[in-house]
Design a protein around this ligand. Structure first.
Ligand code: HEC
Length: 155
C-alpha cells in the first residue's frame, strides 16, 4: 500500500508531503503543512484577488510607488495598493486633457503614453517618460498593462 501511495504521488507531485507517507506522523501536523505551504494556493484561497491585484498592482508597487505613494504622492497620483485603480481609471491627467486610463483603449490612456515615451506627441507640458529615474518597464510588464487596459481595465 505504501508503495502504491508513493508511486501515485511522489516528489513530482506538487502537493507531495513526505510526512503523510512517513510512519507514525501526527495527523494534525500533516494537515497544516499540506494546506499552508506545500500546495501554493495562498494567492487564490480568499477568492478576492483579481488579475489587477496579482499582475498589475505589483508593477506599480515596485516601479512607481516610491514617488507616487506615501503622504504626498507626486502629482497627487497615488499608485499604492488600494488607491491606484481609482486614481487612474477614468481620471483626467494633469498634463493633458486625456484620462490616465481609458478602459478599452491604450492609445487614449495617458499612462500608456508615459510608459512608452510617446507623451511628447500629445502636448508641450508632458514631461518625461515614466518611471522617472528608474529603468523603463520591460516588454512583459508593458504587455500586461496594455492587455489590462484593452480588456477593460477591470479592478
Ligand atoms: C522618481 C520618481 C518617480 C517615479 C519612480 C515615477 N514617477 Fe511618475 N512622475 C514623477 C514626476 C516628478 C512627475 C511630473 C513630471 C513629469 O511628468 O515628467 C510624474 C508624472 C507622472 C504622470 C503624469 C500625471 C498627470 O496627471 O499628468 C503619470 C501618469 C505618471 N507619472 C505615472 C507614473 C507611473 C505609471 C510610474 C511607474 C511605472 C511612475 N510614474 C514612476 C515622478 C516619478
Amino acid at each position: 500500500m505504501l508503495i502504491v501511495l508513493l508511486a501515485s504521488c511522489g516528489p513530482q507531485c506538487d502537493c507531495y508531503d513526505p510526512l503523510i507517507h512517513g510512519q507514525g506522523a501526527d495527523a494534525d501536523a500533516d494537515t497544516d503543512m499540506d494546506t499552508d505551504t506545500d500546495c501554493d494556493t495562498d494567492l487564490d484561497t480568499d477568492g478576492e484577488s483579481s488579475d489587477y491585484d496579482l499582475l498589475i498592482q505589483p508593477i506599480w508597487t515596485v516601479n512607481c510607488v516610491a514617488c507616487h505613494g506615501g503622504d504626498q504622492p507626486v502629482r497627487n497620483l497615488d499608485l499604492s495598493v488600494g488607491h491606484s485603480h481609482e486614481a487612474m481609471v477614468g481620471v483626467t491627467a494633469e498634463q493633458v486633457d486625456m484620462p490616465l486610463v481609458t478602459p478599452g483603449s491604450a492609445d487614449d490612456s495617458y499612462v500608456w503614453h508615459k510608459l512608452q515615451d510617446t507623451q511628447g506627441s500629445l502636448g508641450d507640458e508632458t514631461g518625461v517618460a515614466m518611471p522617472d529615474k528608474f529603468p523603463a518597464l520591460d516588454d512583459d510588464e508593458l504587455k500586461l498593462i496594455g492587455s489590462w487596459i484593452r480588456e477593460g481595465a477591470e479592478p
